[in-house]
Design a protein. Structure first.
Length: 454
């Protein structure tokens, strides 16, 4: 009787955990079943998926000579098995004649055969691949791990479908495009970026032509904000002025370094002495299409000024530490001249749910056809889910943790004292109560970044 009660309690706990805390369920119950399943079925599954190699002629010949049993196909050897908070990771040594592509092409078959939520494969080095198996649907309830490897301009924004953390790294991918249909989760994604950057020694500049409804509440952490196309045009031109000033500083330093034999010569802000290094700027542009639309000649001229400035910033801004993050429902050539040119420089691409394939192509059409397909398959009941990739053609499905506007505002307010005062952008500095005004009076080019600890 007591055994029955204990079993029922354990089953109840398991079901409750599975429903409410899938990560705990996985670590306490799921991992045992999945581990046994994978290891017991491994050889037969590899064989069924065509991932074994036939015995060599030498082995067949030896068996014939010695009259022993005919050797069987050889299974790729498991080098290591690791348990993570979302699944299992197998390191597998390939057999001669196999390549990583064989495994990549079989991930769906492996997923079904091992009854796992997902399987991905990547090559670690020649002859060794890593199979990542996810034990449960990690994107149903996004729970970010407590520890991240964050650093300056590299922030954790979402969870990948294989359970890994997805980072937005501006030093690696300086400019990015984020598109999605109405209500797909673009603003929450952007809020998450702002919340994570708020604690870093970075200047945030915003253009939000939705009258500022998304970014204005976060204004205390913004060094400049424009909420209409006229202000946006002037702000972007002021940013170009800042960029030109920073290039002058870099040129001056290059002339000095050129006279020092064997000295490093820098071509961007990161090689400048710390006391000269300007604070990096992340420019967030929300609803970019609003900047590209016009109804009369005056608005057309303003539109051309805006797009020209944006194109110049994405082409030249990186070395001056100016990074551009563009967000909108669509971003295609139907928005007029300069858009295709600009998109070519937006290396990072994130597409939330879209309503048609044409919109998905705006993000991935020139990069990866399978990412276009994956974008169109994002379900409507999963806001915040997106496909993200870059011009290398690699992509992954992610989902951001839900960040409310209240949470983002609290984070920005708590870090308001870190807001750098950029003199060139002073006219667009959001009005602040004295209590939270930045204390630093140092000129912009002397505001140096503080090291960020992991
Ligand atoms: N990561 C997420 N997890 C859970 N819910 C989310 C997530 N992201 C967004 N949502 C839900 O979807 C709703 C719409 O999100 P959001 O405002 O970010 O969409 P949007 O793409 O910016 O829409 P619009 O184009 O109208 O501004 C949010 O109010 C929120 O309830």
């Amino acid at each position: 009787m007591s055994l029955l009660v204990i079993t029922a309690v354990i089953l109840g706990v398991a079901l409750l955990l599975r429903w409410q805390r899938p990560a705990w369920y996985w670590l306490s119950f799921g991992v045992v079943g999945a581990g046994v399943r994978v290891l017991v079925r491994y050889a037969s599954v590899m064989d069924a998926c065509g991932l074994t190699v036939a015995p060599s002629r030498l082995r067949l010949g030896l068996a014939r000579l010695t009259r022993t049993a005919v050797p069987t196909s050889r299974v790729p050897r498991i080098l290591a098995v690791r348990v993570t908070r979302s699944g299992l990771v197998l390191r597998v040594k390939l057999r001669p004649g196999q390549d990583a592509f064989d495994f990549m092409a079989s991930t769906d078959r492996l997923r079904h055969s091992f009854t796992m939520q997902g399987v991905t494969c990547r090559e670690l080095r020649a002859g060794v691949v890593e199979l990542r198996m996810t034990g449960y649907d990690v994107l149903r309830r996004v729970q970010m791990p407590a520890r991240f490897a964050a650093s300056l301009l590299r922030v954790p924004v979402a969870l990948r479908d294989d359970g890994e953390v997805h980072y937005r790294d501006w030093r690696q991918v300086p400019h990015a495009l984020n598109i999605g249909a109405v209500g797909s989760g673009k603003s929450v994604y952007q809020r998450r970026l702002v919340s994570e950057l708020a604690a870093q020694p970075v200047a945030l500049v915003g253009i939000d032509c939705k009258n500022g409804v998304e970014l204005a509440p976060l204004a205390r952490r913004f060094s400049a904000l424009a909420d209409n196309p006229d202000d946006a045009a002037a702000l972007l031109e002021a940013l170009l002025g800042r960029m030109a000033g920073i290039y002058d500083v870099i040129r001056r330093e290059q002339r000095i370094s050129a006279d020092v034999p064997d000295g490093e010569i820098t071509a961007d802000i990161w090689g400048l002495p710390v006391h000269l290094r300007p604070v990096p700027v992340v420019l967030l542009v929300d609803e970019v299409a609003e900047l590209a639309l016009f109804a009369n000649t005056t608005e057309k001229k303003r539109r051309d000024r805006i797009i020209t400035a944006l194109v110049r910033l994405v082409q030249l801004g990186r070395a001056a530490g100016i990074y551009v993050e563009v967000c909108g429902q669509r971003f295609g050539s139907d928005l007029g001249d300069g858009i295709t040119l600009m998109r070519a420089q937006l290396t990072g691409r994130t597409a939330h749910r879209v309503n048609d394939q044409a919109s998905a192509k705006m993000a991935f059409g020139d990069i990866a056809d399978d990412a276009v397909l994956a974008t169109t398959m994002i379900p409507t009941n999963r806001p915040g889910t997106a496909v993200t990739g870059d011009s290398s053609g690699g992509w992954v499905t992610i989902r951001t943790p839900h960040t409310t506007l209240r949470q983002a505002v609290n984070t920005c307010n708590a870090h308001a004292h870190l807001t750098p005062d950029l003199t060139e952008l002073a006219p667009w500095r959001p009005a602040l109560p004295t209590a939270v005004a930045p204390t630093s009076t140092a000129p912009v080019s002397l505001v140096k970044p503080r090291p960020v600890t992991d």
